[in-house]
Design a protein. Sequence first.
Lengths: 404, 404
Amino acid sequence: MKIVVLKFGGTSVGTIERIKKVANIIISYIRKRYKVIVVSSAMSGITNDLIKKSKKISNNFDTSEYDVLVSTGEQIACSLISGRLNHLGYKSKSYMGWQIPIITSGTYGSSRITNINVKKINKFLKLGGIPVITGFQGVNLNLRVTTLGRGGSDASAIMLSKFFKAQKCIIYTDVDGVYTTDPNALKNAKKIKIISYEEMLEMASLGAKVMQPASIQDARLNRIDIDVKSSFSKKNGTKITKKKNIISNKIIRGISFTKNDAKVTLIGIKDKPGIAAAIFKPLSLNSINVDMVVQNISANGKETDLTFTIKSEDLYKTQKLIKKNRKIKFRNLIFDKNVSKVSIIGVGMITTPGVTYRMFQALAKKNINILVISTSEIKISVLINKKNITKAISVLHKEFKLDK
Amino acid sequence: MKIVVLKFGGTSVGTIERIKKVANIIISYIRKRYKVIVVSSAMSGITNDLIKKSKKISNNFDTSEYDVLVSTGEQIACSLISGRLNHLGYKSKSYMGWQIPIITSGTYGSSRITNINVKKINKFLKLGGIPVITGFQGVNLNLRVTTLGRGGSDASAIMLSKFFKAQKCIIYTDVDGVYTTDPNALKNAKKIKIISYEEMLEMASLGAKVMQPASIQDARLNRIDIDVKSSFSKKNGTKITKKKNIISNKIIRGISFTKNDAKVTLIGIKDKPGIAAAIFKPLSLNSINVDMVVQNISANGKETDLTFTIKSEDLYKTQKLIKKNRKIKFRNLIFDKNVSKVSIIGVGMITTPGVTYRMFQALAKKNINILVISTSEIKISVLINKKNITKAISVLHKEFKLDK
């Protein structure tokens, strides 16, 4: 069987009119002789409305009942899609997680799919049926409803593709693909036709609008190609696939950036082993994520400075934790919320020397000062003053020929 | 185990505030050392909203998917009730039909409960848990979601009471019981403390606001006592029970009436066997319910008149069917939409002669003309001009001492 998994996000099924369009998209694949497995999110707005209700009932709503509550959103969407397909003369049935079953493990609200029984759905596919499966949910071994957490419907699509050995997995969303950088920040941004899982993961700050990193990682581990497309247009989207499938003359594939980082500098801390650990331990215990870190070389062998970045929203908490940390001493504590992290991403840099130099040179020419640097195999990130962000994106986009 | 089944209707769980009140009612039974099984309808409005959506998708929405769609309403209500009970420190879980399972048979949209597996719920009750079960639904043997049709949550409550051998079944609704007649029609109407299944069934026109006839019939067949109460007040409600439990000095227990009947008279039809059947067959084939029928005694042995009543909404269709019916001949066809059926109901009339006479006498004194009469063992109905309805109810209420 030539199976395609089609996943529709919340805005793609956001209104009755959109659901009718989605039914037409599904039928276009049936006409191409695919066996289609549909996965749907809840109609946009419905899940938030349910969450609001739960908060009014309790500020500490039972997690198991929370899953029972919010899982109704996908059930509604799937029955409407299936109802539409039947209306148009196609044989279709909705399936909730428990009916297949889609087995999950882990805690309520953030479970993971561990197994999918393919028997019932395969039988239905062979009879020419179109199964419409609720994304974002399953059941655990106690037969209680579980949900998969944010972006969970993407995870459902990836795991269904894996268990049903689908030829294609297409994620329909409200953007038409992944761009070299945010088109809102740079008009010249170009759609990327094909991108590797690894690059996509590094571009999370842009890609989050397209797919959650956890699902991309699932796809990477299971070697499932993903097409990201808009259900609102007929344009080609972006394919996310293995590195070796990508033939590109571009060293850099995209530029991502953040807007809500903050920089923290401790001046005059003791230069001794374990000092960084002493600083970061209470942050980690309070779920504060430290991103970039740089420690200056000690001038006198006794004292040094340490700079790191965190999310702006964690700034107040971080400040408090450092001040009451008795294991560290420092002369001065400096905060800066006017910073941005700009990253260039591309698997090409593994085999191409001089990328770092070109990046720094391009920024320097525009008088953009680099505050902190961090690198990975396929990414170079620099921290700059927030006011320079548009200029930085523009010059790097040009330097690495992303607008061509 | 001392088990009580508490059923809450749509308005009783219509808002978050109402759901919080419902949780308090449930806890009051736990404090009285009952094991409580909760059954809930959907929050009022939600089901109608879902039905609207289905109609926009298709004017002929697939019945199986319709059940998947509307069943989410009860799922939402139950998770919120259960969430509230957990919030207040009580152990509670929601259960959908498939989780128990509640097995149904019959067609989608109007299935009937055939079996309920008590194992899982009994185990939970013994552990001190409060199960909150979705009313109105179950699963069929193909593991597809089914719903029970209008008033289906009452049916769920009755069948749960049966299978769990509940000591009490309490239907919480938005009226505080059954009245001798509609309080909107007669200020003097009194609440009935205890009423038999049979009387309640005959009072369907009043009782429909309280419970659907099919559920009353289920309760009667399974000998389950029902308390009907308001979740909005602490007043005592009405108990529906076996005839022999009722000790009352009242011959008549209640007065019901209709407001949307129509009378049809065929003048000058042939007085021969089979003529009534020839008239009613096409009506029956078109699902038109004929209620009261009266055929005059033929004066000349050749011709006679036939009068019957139907629902007003069927009048146009009836007119058409009679006119194109070639098996009957008549001189004249008369319609009257200004009629009402008034019924007096009471098991007491079985053993008390003269009730019919008292009814007719009372109406005659007020110059109310009787157009058609029909009787059953515990009910006498008369058709009168609609303009006399308030007067008729008032005089009969007094005659049979219902206001005392």
